[in-house]
Structure formats: C-alpha cells, structure tokens
Design a protein. Structure first.
Lengths: 255, 255, 255, 255
C-alpha cells in the first residue's frame, strides 16, 4: 500500500510572505506550486522550485483563477476557452522553471475556487483537463476523489490522483463540508490519523451523517502553514509507516 | 545570402485589440509573441500561436517588463535576479502554448524598455540571456546588432540573431536614434529598401551623421500595424528576392 | 418632458484605445467614466474628465468588477463587503479627478457584469448603493428601470435614474433579452426612435413577446463607438426635440 | 515645542498580511495609509481608515508606484503627467474612504521609490505636489526634511511637513545613508531618542561623518511592524514628553 502526501506551496507574492514552512518539505512528497495568478510571483516560483528539487520533493503546478486580491478563492465565470488558456499559461510558466533546474513537472492541481468549481462542473473540468493534456500528456491530474475533475481527466486520457482530506468532514455525495459550517474541520489529531488509515486500508470514509462512502486515497492533502498542521502531517506519516503504508510521490512510484 | 524578417505580434489584451494584421503572416518569417506582462493574455497567446503555426511562421517569445499600463515601454529598476525570473516565467508560458500545438519555440526577443536597457547594460543582458539558456539552450536570442545583448548571449553560449531596422536612423555607436528626435524614422520606402540591401550585401549602415558603421543583418525588424508598414515589408521582400537574397526563418535555415 | 442621454466613456487603458469618439460629447448629457478596474487608467481618467467638463457634459463614475482581462463582463462572486469597498475605491478615485478640475461628480452607474448582477440581486444592489451613499449622498444612482438596483438605492435614500435602452429588446419581466439571442439588438433606427418616444410619452415598452410593460425613462443608454451608433443618437435627439422632449443632464435639471 | 509622529499602515493586500500592529495607533499621531498601487486593497483601506478614525489618529494617503510585485520600492521611469495622474487617482480613492466615515484627509506622503525619487528630482516632486494641490489645496505634503519634495510643494503653495528619521544615519547633504551600507540603521534606542530630542530642540542632526547639518523635525517617521520598533516609539514618546515636547498631529495643531 502506497500513498502520496501533497501540500500547497510557494504562495507568497513580492514582499508578502505566506505559509512557506521549509519543514513541510521533509514530510510532503508532492508540492503544488502557485503559478502567479492567485499567488506566487516569478521570483517566488524560481526559489520554490529550486528548493523543492534540491529536497527531492516532486513538483506540480497549482494554477488558479486570475484574482490575486481574492487569492483565487472567488468564483469567476470564465468561458471554457478562457479557463483552458489560463491553465495552459500557468502550467507552461511553472514547467519552464522546473525544467530550467533539470527537473520534470509531475502533476497539476487546480487551486481554490477553480478546484471546487471543476469538481462539480464536468464541462469546466474537461476544459482544464484538456489544457493539462495538451501541455504534457504525462502530467498527473489531482482532483477531489470521485468527482467530475477526475471523471473528465480520465475521459481525456490523463493519469489521475484522487485526493483525500485528513482533517475535513465529507458530505454524503463525497464533497467536503463547507468551512463555514461548524465542526467541518476536524481538530482531533488521532481522529484524523485514524480516518486516513481507514481510507487507505478499506477505501471508505465516514461522512458527517455517519454514512460510509467509497473514497480513493491516491494522495492526501496537508497544510504546512502552522505548527499544528505540521504536527498533524508528522503524526500521519509516522502512523502510516507503522501500519506498513509507504509514502511516496507518483514520479517515484512510476520509476 | 539569407535573412529573417521578424515582427511583434499578439499584443492585444482582453477586448483591447492592437496591431494584429493577419496579412503580416504572409511576409514575416519570425513572430515575437507577447507573453502577458506588457501585452498579450492567455487567450490572445493561444490564438496567436495556433494561427502562426498554421501559417508556418516561426514563433518566438517577446517578454517585457511587468507593466501593462505602460505597455512595457517604461524602465523599471529590477534586480538582475528579478529580471531573470520574469524572463523565465514569460518564456515558459509561451513555450507551453507552442508545444501544446506540436510546435517548437524558436527564439526570444525582449520587448520595449527591456530590449533597450539590455542593449546598453551588460549585466542585465547577461541575466536575461541566462534565463533563455536555462529554459532551453537551443533558443535563439534576438538583440540589436553589435550591442551588449548579443555580447552577453554569446558569452553564455546561446545562438544569437543580430537585429537591424529598416526604417530607423542609427547613431554612430550603433544604437537607434530616439523616436523623439526629428527624422529618426525614415518614411521614404525606397531609401528603406536600399538601406536593407546594403546592410545584407555589404554589412554596413550609414548613420545619421553619414558615417558608415558595421552592422550584422541576421533579422530585419518590421511592423504590421498599418497599411503603410505592410507596404514597406512587401517592398523589402520583393526587392530582396530580386537581388537574390533568400528570406527564411532560423529554424528553417537550420534544417 | 425631459430625459437624460448617457454614454460609457474613458474605457481605454494605456496604449490600448477603445470607443472614445469625441463627437458623442455633442449628443450625450451624462458620461459614465471607467474607474480603472475593468478599463480606464489614471491618465485616461484625467484626460476624459477634463474633456467632459470642458464640453459641459455631466460626469459619473462607472465602476466595475476588478477584471481588466475580462473587461468587467464576467461575474465574480464577491462578498457584499468586498463589492461595497471596491465601489467606494473607484468612485472616490474618479471623484478626485472631477473635483481637481473644479467639477462635481453627478452620478454612479455600475458597469458590465456588476450592473447585471445588481439588477437581479437585492443584497448586492444594497451593498453597492450604500457605497454610493457613503461617498456622497447627493450622487444619483443609475440602474436598469424597475429592477433591484433602483429598489435598493431608493431604500437607502439615494436619488435614482431609471435607465432604458433604445436598441435592445426587453423580456416580460423588464430585463434585457440577452445579446446571445437572435434579434435581441434592434437595428432599425426608426423603430428605436419610435420606442424611445413611446417610453417617454406613455411610460411603456413593448416586450419581445409583444406585451406592454411599465418603464420609467429617466435616462437613455447610448453607445458612441461606431458611426452607426452615433447616427442613432443623433436621430434620437432630433426626433425627441421635434416632439418637444428636452434632453438634459440631471445636474442641470436640478439647478 | 510640538512634533508629529507618523507611521506607514494598511499595506496588507487580500489575504496577505503585513505590519498592522494595532498598538501603533496608541503612539502615532498620523498614519500613512497605502492606496492600492504598492500595497493596500479597497477592503484593507476601508478597515484601516475606519479603525484610525475611531482611534482619533489623523489619516494621510501613502501613494506609490504601480508595482505591487515590487511593493513600490523599484524606480519606474514615469512621465511627469503619468506620475501626477497616478497620485490623483490614489489620493482620491483614499479621500473617498476617509470622507465616507465622516473624516477629513490630513496629508499625503509618497511611498518607497517614489518618495526617494521625488526627494532628488524637483520636476517629479513638482508634478506630484501639483496632484496633491489639485485634489485638495489644504492637504499637508510630507517629504524628507530640506529636500526637493518640500521645495516643490512650497512653491505650489502647499503646507509641508519636514520628515525626520530617528533610527537612520544621514549623509552630509541631508539624504539618508542607504540601508545597504553598514550601520546605516541605528539600533541603540537611547541614541535614537537623544538624536530626536536634539533635532527638535536645536534643529540639527549629526551626519555619519560627524558633521552637524540643519534639519526641520515637523514629523518623525516610525515603524510598527515589530516589537522592537514599538519599544522605540514608546521610548521616544515618553522622553519627548518628559522634555516638554508635545506630540500632536497637524490637524489638531491647526484647530
């Protein structure tokens, strides 16, 4: 049994610093690097990619809506062609940095509102998955487990990674319970660890209504912007390893 | 005797349209495509690259300072590392579009104030030439004939294209006479054609002070944004061909 | 009987030019001047305001979503507080230019997707009307006749101007038939003129389904970006004047 | 003897947080609030202005170059007309927020590279001082003591505030020793306090070459982004008050 652990990274902009705890590079196996539209700037991208490759962490693009002021968290009603072109632009830009250091871009994970919109809108998901495929058909597309993003990416012929969340409650349809709803974020570390192990061993998760639903845990999403989240990752890793689950990025798995 | 004819292209932004006369694609052999910082947006870039490749015109990146409001024509005092990272970002982004259509990026030509600044500042020129090299060491770097840009690019090991201007007066040091000076732009079509032929045949140009200086005409810069400039290109092409000079892009020359 | 004629203006950005036909200043009585978020930049705003005041045309702010790449035509899901703050910023900026030339800002008309969203969403309309009121409670708020924008603005205590469209078909609920639907734009000049006169004299308009609905024609929206639209305005003005309807801006009406 | 204490504030952008320690509002008498070009966004501006007015701290505009990615710290070669228009836009926008809460904008202090450029370039200083005057001739213009900014502002007829720095070494010509030079920032708190008192009592400062030069301390620039700088302000305030120097903002002084 193998699983990837991914983390958003490189979302600073100019002098504005955010969430780049270097320690996370010791625990995550895949990094989602911001591409300049919702966060990240060319200098940040260059430094982030260089550091990640030095540490041996796999690098992916983390493209978002063109909305720095809203950090890509606000829905923008784009045409599918616009969404596709915005993806191509951002993925191409990050791919350039990765290749300039002799690396290979591993994956693409949409950010924020684009991630959520694509999970529910097959046409949008298809458009952005096309962008990924056309930039490089070997890229792995990350999307929330069992939703439209994965469905569209598969249709196009992309390799996909079903993403699961350790510390978030699920609705019965497999979507995440909104952060605006009380107790949607699980703060008990042991419960998070237990959930993840069950996802990996038995491929199910218990929803907020105590229903068991199917889930595919190819990659676990973690955050590294505070000490508490770092401890959660550490604990997840340790417990997974104890259980005999290997934590490994996709590009290594494929070697 | 062979020469390339290059033209800036794809500088529209959103609904704002600029200078994209499709007829120019019948006369230019290399296009410098804006990359989103001074002009161009992902949709424009996608459409431009697709059209250029269909027409068989070679595509290059045309990166500029991050200044849409000033169209990249205003000097910004960047650190060399910033300049390099901004170049990598823009070139990578355009390269992605080109490769998504099965093409190959041919060259890089800096835009506006960045073009002019690099011509005079070896350190800046070196930084941006490094960016080109690190993205893809086979890219050809376009810079004004015999100035710092070319010197730095050669030092790094890049192939270079010395650029000449058909309708602009030169200073004795090989730089262009500023547009703000009277008669700096040559409006007599025959004189432009005659100058270009002399550049190619005898490798010199007569400066505004009637001095003959050495010039290397690897590629001629033309514009396509009005009927008059289109006529100039047409006339240059016809007369060059009559003289037995072949007009051909670099990637074809190398085949 | 009196009516105002308003026109969007000053939507250029940097070297990108759009729709600023000076002749329109002879026909429109109120200008909606872009404020930098969807179009317009400080230099354009300064020049536009100066010119409008010289010509004696009343100046209003034309704030939009922060989306230059989409020209403010794409819905962005803002919080009400964000929408309100974005309005205050843009109106304040334009008001500064107007007052710097000794003028007085007359009105505010939201642009593009923000205009359409507010017409249907009372909460959003209320938030942006609050912004107008807090910047200057004497500003007149322009919105499509009889929709949520006007309702919210009245509730807050603002003066309002019900806007009507000469060349657009209406749905039975008073909204405009989408441009994407065939024949939604009326191209017959005489029919446009006839409709406007009926709106002003009898306060009704015939919808696309031939139903007569109430309409309040405080201000007529016109465009000035091509010769045909200029002719339409000219014809509307001439025919209104023949019918004894006075064309006058609000600030003059109030004197 | 009276002096003002000013502090930059409201430079956050979207989710990016910077330097807004609320405690500073207990020590500073004038706030320089970012206006969206180098930092600050409409929501941040709205919240900052509201908070400052509640606390009774005088609010000024802190306009900068249009360069969020460089935080306004990089020189951009603008025309004087561009610089003037960019100032009018930003001051107008902030003035709108201040007036929407019933306040009155007190002053304008240019930010970063624009502050430094104007100190040395009379023409640029004149252009931006004109912008201030045209927006509101009662605004106070803040500039480094005895340099071009103050000279130009006086010529135009603006009230000015000569700004001094407690913790920075001066060159013999009254400019600041660059941060890139060793020991240019004074870390000894007592020495800072002692310098400020001498500036106010005797109107001189000792330069890095131990020369005494004239200085006019209308307002002292402080920072509030870390605990150490907060302690410095606290110490300056306490010691000034002990010496019988009153700390008061300009608008209160004028009452």
């Amino acid at each position: 049994m193998k699983v990837d652990v991914n983390c958003d990274y490189g979302e600073s902009y100019g002098i504005y610093r955010i969430s780049d705890n270097e320690k996370i590079l010791d625990y995550a196996t895949s990094l989602n690097v911001a591409c300049g539209f919702h966060g990240g700037d060319p200098v940040v991208m260059d430094m982030t990619v260089k550091k990640a490759l030095e540490k041996g962490v796999a690098v992916g693009a983390h493209p978002g809506y063109p909305d720095l002021m809203g950090f890509g968290r606000r829905h923008i009603k784009l045409s599918h062609y616009e969404a596709k072109a915005y993806m191509k632009y951002q993925i191409g830009a990050l791919k350039g940095f990765v290749e300039s250091y002799g690396g290979k871009l591993q994956h693409v994970k949409p950010h924020g509102a684009l991630y959520n919109d694509a999970a529910k809108d097959y046409e949008l998901a298809y458009a952005i998955a096309e962008a990924v495929y056309e930039i490089d058909k070997d890229l792995i597309f990350f999307g929330i487990s069992n939703q439209k993003t994965i469905e569209a990416a598969k249709k196009i012929g992309l390799k996909t990674a079903n993403e699961v969340f350790a510390d978030r409650e699920y609705n019965d349809d497999g979507t995440l319970v909104s952060r605006s709803i009380k107790n949607s974020v699980i703060t008990n570390k042991d419960r998070c660890v237990d959930r993840v192990i069950k996802m990996i061993k038995y491929n199910y998760v218990e929803t907020i209504n105590s229903k068991k639903i199917d889930i595919i845990p190819d990659t676990i999403c973690v955050h590294g912007d505070n000490e508490k989240s770092l401890e959660l990752i550490k604990s997840i890793r340790e417990n997974l390893e104890k259980t005999g689950i290997e934590i490994i990025s996709f590009n290594k798995r494929l070697d």
